[in-house]
Design a protein around this ligand. Structure first.
Ligand SMILES: Nc1ncnc2c1ncn2[C@@H]1O[C@H](COP(=O)(O)OP(=O)(O)OP(=O)(O)O)[C@@H](O)[C@H]1O
Ligand SMILES: Cc1cn([C@H]2C[C@H](O)[C@@H](COP(=O)(O)O)O2)c(=O)[nH]c1=O
Length: 213
């Protein structure tokens, strides 16, 4: 159906509903006949899932911020070459839960490493590959964290357990990225019901896919 690959990423603070909504979106697009690859960062393939375990392990309290940033970039590189680029070359839609904007918001802004520094290591990791469209699921971090905490079975990782001030910096970081890249990053109010968030997401992505078709 689609003539060329299309790279979509979802971003946002913890508990914004990215995974829930993008999975539903992916199912809907597949039902319509699109070839869709759903994946995530850090992870998506064996090596990057192993790096994910190292980064997010709650016992790794000694992990230094730049080490963390480099591990995210390493996981990103391997995932890109092993999964994302081949799928795009085959004309598929790739929907990736988080990508470089997570590193900019979490490591660049919230950890305070600096956006330029994070760009530099990620440029090395991804070259010129950037998403065509990024959806920012925007939510008050207190609401997002409350959603996560309501599900006691969900294990909290090393980033989830950062304090509220950290997650507020993440959100502020994301919003400053929207100002910098208004064409690429589209904000969705993630405080709405799942159905409404999905509808809004679907309309945005369908419009994009119809343009490239
Ligand atoms: N719009 C919504 N309203 C209420 N609850 C929601 C909404 N969207 C998702 N949830 C619930 O919030 C929780 C977190 O959702 P989800 O895992 O999709 O978020 P996420 O953005 O992927 O989070 P994280 O990045 O922390 O993994 C889940 O229990 C999900 O059912
Ligand atoms: C890609 C990426 C992710 N993070 C953080 C964001 C989350 O706290 C975790 C991933 O967990 P999720 O349940 O899959 O959302 O990692 C980051 O800090 N920097 C990154 O580049």
């Amino acid at each position: 159906m689609q003539k060329k690959g299309y790279f979509i990423t979802s971003e946002g603070p913890e508990g914004a509903g990215k995974t829930t909504v993008m999975n539903l979106l992916g199912e809907r697009l597949i039902d319509e006949g699109y070839e869709v690859v759903m994946t995530r960062e850090p992870g998506g393939i064996m090596i990057s899932e192993k790096i994910r375990d190292i980064i997010l392990n709650n016992e790794h309290t000694m992990m230094e911020s730049r080490t963390e940033a480099l591990l995210y970039a390493a996981a990103r590189r391997q995932h890109l070459v092993e999964k994302v680029l081949p799928a795009l070359a085959a004309g598929k839609i790739v929907i990736c839960d988080r990508f470089i904007d997570s590193s900019l918001a979490y490591q660049g802004f919230a950890r305070g490493i600096g956006v330029e520094e994070i760009w530099a290591i990620n440029k090395f990791a991804i070259g010129d590959t950037m998403p065509e469209k990024t959806l920012l699921f925007d939510i008050d971090p207190a609401v997002g964290l409350a959603r996560i905490n309501a599900h006691k079975e969900r294990e909290k990782n090393r980033l989830d357990v950062e304090n509220l001030a950290f997650h507020q910096k993440v959100r502020a970081g994301y919003l400053s990225l929207v100002e910098k890249y208004p064409e690429r990053i589209q904000v969705i109010d993630a405080s709405q019901t799942i159905e409404n968030v999905l509808d809004e997401t679907y309309v945005i992505i369908k419009r994009e896919l119809e343009i490239i078709r």
